[in-house]
Design a binder for this molecule. Structure first.
Ligand code: G3P
Ligand code: CA
Length: 295
């Protein structure tokens, strides 16, 4: 029953008794998602199987699909605008190379106004809706009205994102995640209540490659994620039911990326995971419905 969530999130009133009077606790949207007793559907870079990743059309489709969270990535532009794009360069997902030349066109070396001239859509084909690179503010304006943004920081200090979210009065109305756990620790120090996701696994540690075994979700990863202030471990498929149960015992949620195959979805749901990050949220809803039908 997925539609009920939206109504629940809008209200999110938990009754508490205070000196005989009925008071109410308003649960922020990020907290409310952690309390749900079903897996979450999380649209990776928007509904990116159907529209260009990390653009407003992809986010709008994810909202239509009623994704619980809409994931995006941000970097800082040269003039310090938090800019929604996955790569550190503009070359893969825009026409920067054609327009600006074949050098490496770094996000951090371009002003936001200049990046705004770029076409962020046609690399996916001529049948796509037109799109430009959005700022994080524009993406939040769209997504937050109907869902919860899963903000992945790719570059830049925690202070900038903390300030932006605080100014918008959206602390815990979003979830923030990163592969950089020092960033998470900094964010947690500045905004201790914010729900944070610790992305892993890392491929290497201090320059030494980690083995497949090292990279699998374990008590050590879970404890370190907790130590830096995360409430969710956000992992790839390198995990098993024992690790998921351990995370739950330690009060952590487990979200898994990036899962588009229905058989993988079904297998991971059987492990007890709490969220599917997918390029195809419609397919994830179907996998969840089919699984309920089998039980
Ligand atoms: O949300 C998890 C996922 O986005 C991490 O990988 O490279 O797609 O940002 P990536
Ligand atoms: Ca991401």
């Amino acid at each position: 029953m997925r539609v009920g969530l939206k109504h629940w999130l809008m209200g999110c009133l938990v009754g508490v008794s205070f000196q005989g009077l009925a008071a109410a606790e308003v649960v922020p949207k990020a907290e409310a998602l952690l309390r749900l007793d079903r897996p979450l559907v999380i649209a990776h870079r928007g509904y990116s199987s159907a529209a260009p990743e990390n653009t407003l059309p992809a986010f709008a489709l994810a909202l239509e699909a009623e994704a619980d969270l809409v994931e995006l990535d941000y970097h800082h532009s040269k003039d310090q605008v938090l800019t929604v794009v996955h790569d550190g360069t503009l070359d893969r997902t825009t026409d920067a190379v054609r327009r600006w030349g074949t050098g490496t066109n770094r996000v951090s070396q371009a002003s936001f106004a200049r990046m705004r001239e770029l076409d962020a859509s046609s690399w996916r084909g001529s049948n796509q809706p037109p799109a430009t690179i959005p700022s994080l503010v524009e993406a939040l304006d769209l997504i937050q009205a109907r869902s919860v943004t899963l903000i992945e920081r790719k570059a830049g200090p925690a202070e900038a994102c903390v300030r932006l979210i605080r100014d918008r009065r959206e602390v815990n109305q979003v979830v923030v995640q990163s592969f950089d756990w020092q960033y998470l620790e900094d964010y947690h120090r500045l905004e201790p209540s914010q729900v944070l996701g610790a992305l892993g696994p890392w491929k290497s540690y201090r320059g030494v490659a980690l083995t497949e075994q090292d990279q699998s979700l374990s008590g050590r990863w879970i404890d370190e994620a907790r130590r830096v202030g995360a409430r969710v471990v956000v992992w790839n498929q390198n995990l098993d039911a024992t690790a998921v149960a351990l995370a739950h015992q330690r009060g952590m949620k487990v979200w898994v990326y990036t899962i588009d195959d229905p058989a993988d979805m079904s297998r991971l749901l059987d492990l007890g995971i709490d969220g599917l990050i997918t390029n195809n949220p419609g397919r994830a809803w179907r996998a969840m419905a089919e699984r309920r039908g089998r039980r």
